[in-house]
Ligand binder design. Structure first.
Ligand code: NAD
Ligand code: GLY
Length: 384
């Protein structure tokens, strides 16, 4: 079992992230250790698919540890991470008479985690919250760091709150049932984190993908060595994310240094634009990030910031994560227009996260990139 501790300077809130195999059956005892002794009720937020696979084990364990547990199942899919589901969740907490000492538990991927986290942030002005992530993306990224929220008709993730969990439990065996495209999406985020972290995390991720292809993932779960390496990789990824969050919890808008939380958005400018111009139907978020990091690296190379060998290495490792949906029919003009809506813009100015080398991200102002140069690079990238 691996453990990562998140200690937040601003609020002095501290929580642990546990990573290992076969942990769900002891989730009740784990929850007891994370929560106040006053906690009586737990509202598990999940969806039918994930709860059908893992819910009973978790619920049974909570009840064995003396909690009264209630289950709220939301519909599966990004489009249900919305205001309506939020309201339904709050209605459910009210009907079950949750009080300020009770707790919400998210069991599922990033959609469930973001929705449940936001519901716990606003219900009674904030109650405690635990994360049991079951997708690779949620394990290494969304369950750590306290960003919660919902989509609105005005934009994706447009309403939300920073609300840190009281604990995160990662049972890597739940990845056994995750579809291949979701694994590819998660590994693209893992490569992104490796590329901005350091050569060690990047190489660990690259070697893992060399040894264990997402196309054959299910077959590896009987292998103790695989389980141990998977746990270590996820722990290393989580430790990196936690390190960034600990020193820039709320993503300070003023910061432009290479440790700012903003660097986690490496690859996200193109990713968000690709998702937007394809109406959020073609790409899993992580798949779009796969293209996004390659584009940011290509821009970096053409600006003479990144060496060509490093770009080739990144391309090779993204290739190992699995096939990405086609992008060659996408209109570059529409993508350029979508850049203008990037939510991460500060004072109307877009900030690109570029790469000087593996482990050395750089925040770069869009106004310092000539528009024609950006257009040509994008056109050629989409044609490749
Ligand atoms: P998701 O939550 O939609 O899960 C993907 C699919 O896998 C769903 O159909 C889900 O039901 C299914 N699933 C989950 N676990 C499974 C399992 N173990 N076995 C089989 N099927 C399983 O997608 P995601 O990629 O986990 O999360 C994407 C969301 O995360 C987006 O809404 C994104 O905005 C958000 N996000 C948030 C943060 C953050 O910091 N809060 C960071 C990154 C992404
Ligand atoms: N996923 C980006 C962040 O947590 O800041």
């Amino acid at each position: 079992m691996e453990k990562v501790t998140v200690k937040l300077n601003q609020t002095s809130h501290t929580y642990n992230i546990k990573i290992g195999n076969n942990l769900l059956k002891a989730s009740g005892d784990w929850a007891r250790m994370c929560l106040s002794q006053k906690t009586k009720k737990i509202a598990v937020v999940s969806n039918r698919k994930v709860f059908g696979l893992y819910g009973e084990a978790v619920k049974k364990s909570f009840e064995k540890s003396g909690f009264e547990s209630h289950v709220f199942l939301m519909k599966d899919g990004e489009k249900y991470k919305n205001f309506h589901t939020l309201e339904e969740a709050v209605k459910f907490f009210t009907e079950k008479k949750l009080t300020r000492t009770d707790t919400v538990v998210a069991l599922g991927g990033g959609v469930v985690g973001d929705l449940a986290g936001f519901a716990s942030a606003v219900f009674l002005r904030g109650i405690s919250f635990l994360q049991i992530p079951t997708t690779l993306l949620a394990m290494i990224d969304s369950s750590v760091g306290g960003k919660t929220g919902v989509n609105t008709k005005f934009g994706k993730n447009l309403m939300g709150a920073f609300h840190q969990p009281n604990g995160v439990l990662i049972d890597v065996e739940t990845l056994q049932t995750l579809p291949r495209r979701e694994l590819t999406a998660g590994f693209c985020e893992a490569i992104k984190q490796g590329a901005i972290a350091d050569k060690k995390l990047f190489n660990q991720t690259a070697e893992f993908l060399e040894n264990y292809s997402p196309n054959r993932f299910k077959n590896y779960f009987k292998d103790e060595k695989f389980l141990s390496e998977l746990g270590k990789l996820i722990a290393a990824q989580v430790a990196f994310k936690a390190k960034i969050v600990m020193q820039d919890e709320k993503e300070n808008t003023e910061r432009v240094d290479s440790k700012s939380r903003k660097i986690l958005n490496f690859g996200h400018t193109l990713a968000h634009a690709l998702e937007k111009v394809t109406d959020y139907k073609r790409f899993k978020h992580g798949e779009a990030v796969g293209y996004g990091i390659l584009f940011a690296a290509e821009l970096s190379k053409r600006l003479d910031i990144l060496d060509e060998n490093e770009l080739n290495l990144l391309e090779n490792v993204v290739g190992r994560a699995g096939a990405l949906p086609e992008n060659c029919d996408i209109n570059s003009r529409e993508v350029l227009e979508a850049f203008a809506f990037d939510k991460k813009s500060i004072n109307d100015s877009l900030q690109w996260i570029l790469l000087e080398s593996i482990g050395k991200p750089l925040i770069y102002k869009n106004k310092n990139i000539p528009q024609t140069f950006l257009e040509t690079t994008l056109k050629e990238f989409l044609r490749k």
